[in-house]
Design a protein around this ligand. Structure first.
Ligand SMILES: Cc1cc2nc3c(=O)[nH]c(=O)nc-3n(C[C@H](O)[C@H](O)[C@H](O)COP(=O)(O)OP(=O)(O)OC[C@H]3O[C@@H](n4cnc5c(N)ncnc54)[C@H](O)[C@@H]3O)c2cc1C
Length: 481
């Protein structure tokens, strides 16, 4: 049985999905128990995946990559996580940092750093989370200080996947005076730089083949040309990147849920209990059906969200919704699958037990599910808009009214840089009324203008050209229409 049908998968990803499935059956699944027991990083599986063009490929073809879309990524990770979460995560994250660079790096940076990733010569990572917390990106403590043509990074990162095995990682650090959305930037940091240290986190409950580390940055010096995007754009760029990452995490969950249902189905039909099998109990049959219901609903939502993120339709809302729902569902299904195994499911060397332990993780990483619900609520698509933060209901309604007027009277500002025609004062009034960066209107019929407004709200001064706008607020202007 393989529950990961091609039905919701776009046809251009079918061939890749079939290759990923064959690879997972031959190379991942047979090694899953060993890597789970030893916590060894799966170098040999990663090399094999790189050799056949299945790892490090989420990068444009011009830099040697597979030109994968988000749907390609999702189709592949579902298959990998069905075979094994720990190995699957290691394979996926080989190009974790490379994808950030693909989305927000410039041509020179991409040409310098990406080809070795796609050739299977380098492994990357991304370090945002810190010991003090990982859920609020606007309050991270690592600092990058500009010194001449360089930046000097000091701080500590936690749970950095590939922190020890990577050749370079993308580090999220504060470049502004005070914490805040516009105060962070992203940097490519080679792991052999002086002052870089990584200590693996061991004895994890699940995903044991994957490697995470506590990373220390002690006066690490990188050239300013290693900064990804404009200074202060890191928060917005990472938020944009996570919209994509969270769809992949939803795929971790659907892969694990498929594995749990398959294991449970097999077990209850094989297990002879006195004069019948476990599956002969009607309540057991119902539980299998309920597990399947949850799985199909979560997978349907995940693929719908993938399509919406790719189309740029309220990506933050859909990515958070899918991540939160699919990961919670996977946890529930895995718990039920263990229950149906009885005592056998409590042995750590069984497939179902491994899946159960692995399934606890996706609801926590890339932003705990509580934070996903904050995001989904804050980005709730509504006819007349949604607010990110709400100074007060009165201010909110005043702001909405003003922005509605502004967007309606602004006739031709789609994606161009410059004040909206005839409505600049209304826009600025709305901005003042709401407080800086207090809201963004999300309204599909006015989308282009709204993107423009969002740009205005996150920038106290008007960018003078589209290049300046891209540097200042790339999350807005790179948003696909
Ligand atoms: C296997 C694994 C791989 C990882 N890989 C990476 C990586 O490569 N790079 C990286 O930067 N990070 C990585 N992380 C870190 C991960 O993203 C963080 O663990 C995650 O964002 C949660 O942060 P935290 O652990 O600091 O939890 P905290 O922020 O301390 O939150 C703890 C709990 O508090 C509750 N909570 C938090 N905020 C809210 C809220 N607003 N409302 C209600 N409740 C709330 C939630 O229940 C949450 O689970 C990884 C983690 C794991 C486990």
């Amino acid at each position: 049985m393989n529950l990961l049908s091609t039905t919701p998968v776009p046809s251009d990803a079918h061939e890749l999905k079939a290759r990923a499935r064959a690879f997972a059956e031959e190379e991942i699944r047979p090694r899953a128990a060993d890597h789970d027991a030893t916590e060894a990083f799966p170098h040999e599986v990663l090399s094999a995946a790189q050799n056949v063009g299945l790892a490090g490929q989420y990068v444009p073809a011009e830099h040697g990559g597979g030109d994968w879309t988000l749907a390609h990524r999702l189709a592949v990770v579902e298959e990998w996580f069905r075979a094994d979460g720990g190995i699957g995560l290691s394979l996926q994250l080989a190009d974790f940092g490379a994808k950030v660079l693909t989305m927000h790096g410039d041509e020179n940076q991409q040409a310098e750093w990406l080809p070795a990733v796609t050739a299977g010569e380098t492994i990357t990572g991304l370090a945002a989370t810190e010991p003090r917390g990982g859920s609020d990106l606007a309050r991270m403590g690592t600092v990058a200080q500009r010194v001449g043509d360089d930046y000097v990074l000091d701080g500590e990162k936690y749970w950095t996947s590939n922190g020890e095995v990577a050749d370079w990682i993308v580090v999220y650090a504060r470049t502004g005076e005070e914490p805040g959305h516009g105060s962070y930037s992203l940097f490519v940091v080679p792991t052999d730089a002086d002052g870089y240290g990584a200590e693996p986190i061991t004895e994890k409950m699940g995903l044991r083949a994957s490697q995470q580390a506590r990373v220390t940055l002690d006066g690490v010096r990188v050239p300013a040309s290693n900064r990804i995007g404009g200074e202060g754009s890191g928060f917005y760029n990472l938020a944009n990147f996570f919209n994509y990452g969270r769809i992949a995490v939803a795929g971790h969950a659907t892969g694990l849920a498929a594995a749990a249902i398959e294991a449970a189905w097999e077990y209850v039909h094989d297990r002879e209990l006195y004069d019948a099998t476990v599956a002969d109990n009607q309540t057991v049959q119902h539980r299998l059906v309920e597990m399947r219901e949850g799985f199909e609903a979560a997978r349907g939502l995940t693929w719908q969200a993938c399509e919406r993120v790719m189309a740029g339709e309220d990506p933050a809302f859909w990515a958070s919704l899918a991540k939160s729902h699919a990961t919670r569902t996977a946890e529930e299904i895995a718990r039920e699958a263990v229950q149906l195994h009885g005592g056998e499911g409590l042995k750590s060397d069984t497939r179902v037990n491994r899946v159960f332990r692995d399934a606890k993780y996706p609801s926590i990483y890339e932003g705990a599910n509580a934070v996903q619900r904050d995001l989904a609520y804050g980005h709730w698509p509504a006819e007349w808009g949604s607010v990110y933060s709400r100074p007060s209901w009165r201010v909110q309604w005043l702001s909405h009214a003003l922005v509605s007027v502004a967007t309606r009277s602004s006739t031709a500002c789609s994606n161009r840089v410059g004040p909206p025609h005839g409505s600049a004062s209304v826009v600025w009034l709305a901005w003042l009324a709401s407080g800086e960066r207090a809201f963004a209107l999300i309204d599909s019929s006015y989308r282009a203008r709204v993107l423009y407004l969002r740009m205005l709200f996150s920038q106290p001064t008007m960018p003078s050209s589209s290049a300046a706008a891209t540097a200042a607020c790339p999350v807005i202007v790179s948003q696909p229409e």
